[in-house]
Design a protein around this ligand. Structure first.
Ligand SMILES: Cc1cc2nc3c(=O)[nH]c(=O)nc-3n(C[C@H](O)[C@H](O)[C@H](O)COP(=O)(O)OP(=O)(O)OC[C@H]3O[C@@H](n4cnc5c(N)ncnc54)[C@H](O)[C@@H]3O)c2cc1C
Length: 469
């Protein structure tokens, strides 16, 4: 038996960020990852000379959000971030910028003019009500939308919803759209952050999370001004060298008091008198003062006994299955001559990113790499979903089928919990003493890696509260 201060179950980005931050607070940390490599959904690998990521990624809230805090405070190496560019919608006529403010909405001729007016009115209404704290943000986007919109417009909204919440517009709340589209920010400004950190004796962990709620009012009022000026791509980026550059900067920053073991699936979380004391894998058991679990919260009942009310809550967690198709193209196509990403919504929806435009080293010389992500129905046959998805790509980008040199499929769960109206988000504490939770199903702010960053800040906060530092 080996003793550690903290065992982290899972070596995805949430687990690794937890290990990095806790170890820099002096803890001896053991990370146990069931797969042969760490990184989980945050990684890149080579397929026939093209370097694909585990899904197309835009890393968000980099200027003032949780990742900024974590990088500034704990990283020894920081990746080079390249400006993300713009979100486009593709139609038969080509690309149009996705509107991020009222002015853009007015000229967004992808949708009928009447619908644009109705949508701008709805957005103004939502932001005004939100600014004064009067918005019922938990109602569904579908219920909030004005009546009489065309089918095309409803399809457009329904195509955007899964990228914000993981589910359809009927299950996505109005709040989710306001926050996810960055009209309403869940971050504080740099000035506020500096003042608050100084007021806390330059100690960061206790200052950060409380601050975000304290400044909510300021944030709410500033959303109204943003109606005119909002830029969706604000503070978003792609790491040069691919997604694995972000993972590598975490790994290179890891101090010597962290051990990482791969190929070790935790099969049981050990407890004595209701307190977590260690874990069991197929081959070993490890003891620790505390355990941090970064796998699916939904799978927790198979690892440790839990009270029935908590089990009932976690049974409500839903997630989304995604299919990403990476196409390595024999030459660069004019259709993908841009920085950013595109959405297609006409005959089924995809989100696509030509990532080799950020960094040409990602594809062989003169070639191009584009990732297309679809939300798929897990009850349907995966092979027929792949076929349907390819047909959608061929319809959206005529001629692409003649340029495909490499096709690679990834079927993944992007986030461990969809942020739906009736969904459950676990938070950092579990009902078992000394067992903490981290990852995209423990915090509902933002999305993906940024959400993982928020969950790590919350974890640090509660571990600090429990006087484990
Ligand atoms: C197609 C796609 C597109 C995406 N787009 C974006 C984007 O644009 N922007 C963004 O920020 N994010 C995006 N994401 C999401 C982002 O990649 C994830 O939210 C993030 O990587 C999740 O990190 P995590 O550590 O919480 O979970 P995971 O990556 O799932 O890591 C959990 C780890 O725990 C391990 N594990 C689980 N159970 C056990 C056990 N019992 N024992 C040992 N190990 C265990 C797993 O093997 C895994 O490695 C996207 C994801 C996908 C798939």
């Amino acid at each position: 038996m080996t003793d550690y201060d903290i065992i982290v179950i899972g070596g995805g980005i949430s687990g690794l960020l937890s290990a990095l931050t806790l170890s820099k607070h002096g803890k001896n940390v053991l990370v146990l990852e069931k797969n042969s490599t760490v990184g989980g959904n945050c990684n890149s690998y080579n397929v026939d000379g093209f370097q694909v990521d585990t899904g197309p990624h835009a890393i968000t809230h980099l200027r003032e959000g949780p990742l900024r805090r974590l990088m500034d405070e704990y990283f020894t190496y920081i990746p080079v971030f390249l400006d993300y560019g713009t979100y486009y919608v593709r139609t038969e006529k080509g690309l149009t910028k996705i509107p991020s403010n009222i002015q853009d909405f007015v000229t967004f001729d992808v949708l009928p003019r009447k619908d644009r007016l109705l949508l701008s009115q709805s957005l103004t209404k939502a932001l005004t009500l939100n600014a004064f704290g009067m918005l019922d943000g938990n109602q569904s986007v579908y219920d909030f939308l004005p009546k009489g919109l065309s089918k095309d417009t409803l399809n457009f909204v329904d195509a955007i919803a899964p990228f914000l919440s993981g589910k359809s517009m009927k299950e996505t709340s109005v709040n989710r759209v306001l926050f996810g589209s960055s009209f309403v920010r869940d971050s504080v400004s740099e000035d506020i952050f500096k003042d608050e950190t100084a007021a806390n004796g330059n100690s960061y962990a206790s200052a950060v999370t409380g601050m975000l709620s304290k400044y909510q009012l300021t944030a709410r009022l500033s959303t109204l001004g943003r109606l005119a000026t909002n830029r969706v791509a604000y503070a978003q980026a792609y790491p040069r060298g691919g997604l694995k550059s972000f993972l590598n900067s975490v790994l290179y920053s890891m101090p010597a008091n962290v051990s990482i073991k791969t190929g070790e699936r935790v099969s049981e979380i050990l407890t004595i008198d209701g307190k977590a004391t260690g874990v069991e894998t197929g081959t070993d058991s490890y003891k620790a003062d505390a355990v941090v679990y970064s796998g699916f919260v939904k799978s927790l009942p198979s690892l440790v006994p839990l009270p029935s009310d908590f089990k009932e809550k976690i049974a409500r967690i839903e997630h989304t299955l995604s299919l990403t198709i990476w196409l390595g193209l024999s030459e660069k196509m004019n259709e993908f001559d841009y920085m950013g990403s595109e959405v297609w919504f006409r005959t089924g929806a995809y989100w696509a990113m030509p990532i080799s435009n950020y960094d040409p080293c990602i594809a062989p010389k003169g070639k191009q790499l584009v990732g297309f992500t679809f939300v798929i129905d897990e009850k349907k046959n995966i092979e027929s979903e792949k076929k349907r998805a390819l047909e959608i790509i061929f319809k959206a980008v005529p001629g692409i089928e003649n340029k495909i040199e490499m096709t690679h499929y990834q079927v993944t769960i992007p986030e461990k919990a969809a942020v739906t109206i009736n969904g459950f988000i676990a938070g950092p504490r579990s009902p078992v003493a000394n067992l903490y939770l981290v990852g995209t199903d423990t915090d509902n702010r933002s999305m993906g890696i940024t959400r993982a960053g928020y969950s790590v800040l919350e974890l640090l906060k509660v571990i600090n509260e429990d006087k484990k530092f």
